[in-house]
Design a binder for this molecule. Structure first.
Ligand code: TYD
Length: 210
């Protein structure tokens, strides 16, 4: 088994296709002989999955305060780092995360309009030195994201049921993040063909593995 000790993350608005792309990326890296841990956020450990249920529960729409939301996403993250991410990296695994701290800056910072500097400060407390070596933001138009979500026949959760204006702020937030933190965040146009998008993701990841 090859060791790599690398941490990668896929990000983007709901319906950008990152979960499917992450699964394919994991299969590709396992095929290359790497030991891979895949996690999704919020979630990935028992405590974090319980926090996820609270966060996404549609009954708390209009009830959960934005600061509660911010802190719960961070709490879920602190736990999955301690229980899963830190040990996996210690063992030389590649960690692939479906969302991580940039989600909090995009959704709670830009989407909910909580001061981005405060969100970043809190992320420092939560993540310490555990930050992705590379984050890939899959950028889709709001129309494309809506079209994909309409196709998956699920009842929308609390976040998914937000207004279009919220997702516009989140998407623009991701564009700002990719621009401002270009040393560790790359943007991929995810409106087109899934195979082409996967190829671009693989190329970006392989550059970090040499
Ligand atoms: P998830 O159900 O995994 O959504 P998707 O499969 O569309 O990525 O993520 C849960 C929701 O939580 C999603 O709408 C994005 C949101 N979220 C935040 O608002 N802040 C965060 O820090 C994270 C990790 C997710």
């Amino acid at each position: 088994m090859k060791t790599a000790k690398k941490f990668f993350c896929l990000e983007g608005i709901d319906g950008c296709g990152k979960s499917t792309q992450l699964k394919r990326l994991a299969e590709f890296l396992i095929g290359k002989g790497f030991d891979v841990l895949t996690i999704r956020e919020p979630g990935g450990s028992e405590i974090s999955e319980n926090i996820r249920k609270l966060l996404l529960d549609i009954r708390y729409k209009g009830v959960m305060d934005s600061r509660t939301e911010l802190l719960l996403y961070n709490a879920a993250r602190a736990q999955v780092i301690a229980e899963k991410i830190a040990p996996a990296l210690e063992q030389g695994k590649i960690v692939l995360a479906d969302r991580f701290a940039w989600s909090t800056l995009a959704y709670q910072g830009y989407g909910r309009q909580i001061d981005p500097q405060m969100v970043l400060e809190l992320s420092k407390i939560t993540c310490g030195n555990y930050n992705p070596d590379l984050t890939i933001v899959l950028d889709v138009s709001l129309e494309e994201s809506r079209r994909r979500q309409a196709g998956d026949n699920r009842v929308a959760d609390r976040l998914e049921s937000e207004a279009v204006s919220f997702f516009e702020r989140v998407r623009n937030g991701y564009l700002k993040i990719a621009n401002e933190f270009s040393d560790c965040v790359s943007l991929v146009d995810a409106n087109g063909d899934p195979d082409t998008i996967q190829d671009q993701i693989r190329q970006l990841i392989l550059q970090k593995l040499v």
